[in-house]
Ligand binder design. Structure first.
Ligand code: DX5
Ligand code: ZN
Length: 227
């Protein structure tokens, strides 16, 4: 990998601060910080204690942030064993994109269709151990592929280098088939690992710890924008 992004990058880089890493007693302030530094998206991790061994936010968290005036694009990551049961509730609460995982046994295509029929953006997510081929047939039905670069469930984990070839594979299919979806990476993303992911085709960068613990969040955001 040369470190230089391949020619003709499809999408400009976007920063999506992950609210999971903010102060949970001041979630609205965390969202406001993201907006203040010019991050267009807010990444919202939804965990059920089944698909992942942790719990986080519910639809009411999104609704409360909307009532508080947040205009950010809510990039909502459902780490749920049964996302089909909750997609509607998150859409009503203010989600702009709903990303669902490919791994659990449920009607993935039906749920993606539901999300898009409601006029929202649909994403498909895959864990580090899941091959790219698992989502290949869905690429024309989503606006985003969320490639987990850590095993989901917690923030603050180390980035997995072994996922880089899979990102390149998905970016290759995108180019070959003239598709337009974004490629989002999530887990252990900072300025250095974001650059490595950008070099193989990623364009959307979920940043939890690296953003909310950055000494200068505005400078951090500028670093992502320059990728
Ligand atoms: C983990 C979540 C991530 C996490 C990222 O399951 O999907 O969005 O919050 O946090 P960092 O950037 O700290 O790895
Ligand atoms: Zn996430």
């Amino acid at each position: 990998m040369s470190g230089e992004p391949p020619a003709a990058m499809l999408h400009d880089p976007i920063l999506a601060p992950s609210l999971l890493a903010s102060d949970h007693a001041r979630l609205a302030e965390g969202a406001a910080l993201a907006a203040r530094v010019g991050a267009p998206w807010l990444h919202l991790d939804i965990m059920d204690g089944h698909f992942v061994p942790n719990l986080s936010f519910g639809p009411e968290t999104l609704a409360a942030l909307r009532r508080d005036g947040s205009k950010l694009f809510f990039d909502t990551h459902l780490m749920l064993a049964e996302p089909q049961k909750y997609a509607e509730a998150f859409i009503r609460a203010g989600a702009d994109r709903i990303s669902i995982h490919i791994e659990p046994p449920y009607d993935v295509i039906g749920t993606l269709t539901l999300i898009r029929e409601r006029g929202k953006h649909a994403g498909i997510a895959l864990n580090p151990g899941t091959p790219a081929s698992a989502v290949e047939a869905l690429l024309a039905q989503v606006d985003l592929v969320l490639v987990m670069t850590v095993q989901p469930g917690f923030g603050g984990q180390a980035f997995r280098q072994d996922v880089l070839p899979k990102i390149a594979q998905i970016a290759g299919w995108r180019k070959e088939r003239a598709l337009n979806f974004r490629i989002e990476v999530d887990g252990g993303i900072d300025l250095a690992t974001a650059k490595e992911c950008r070099a193989v085709g990623a364009d959307s960068f979920v940043c939890g710890t690296s953003f909310f613990q950055a000494p200068d969040p505005a400078a951090f955001a500028a670093g992502i924008a320059k990728l």
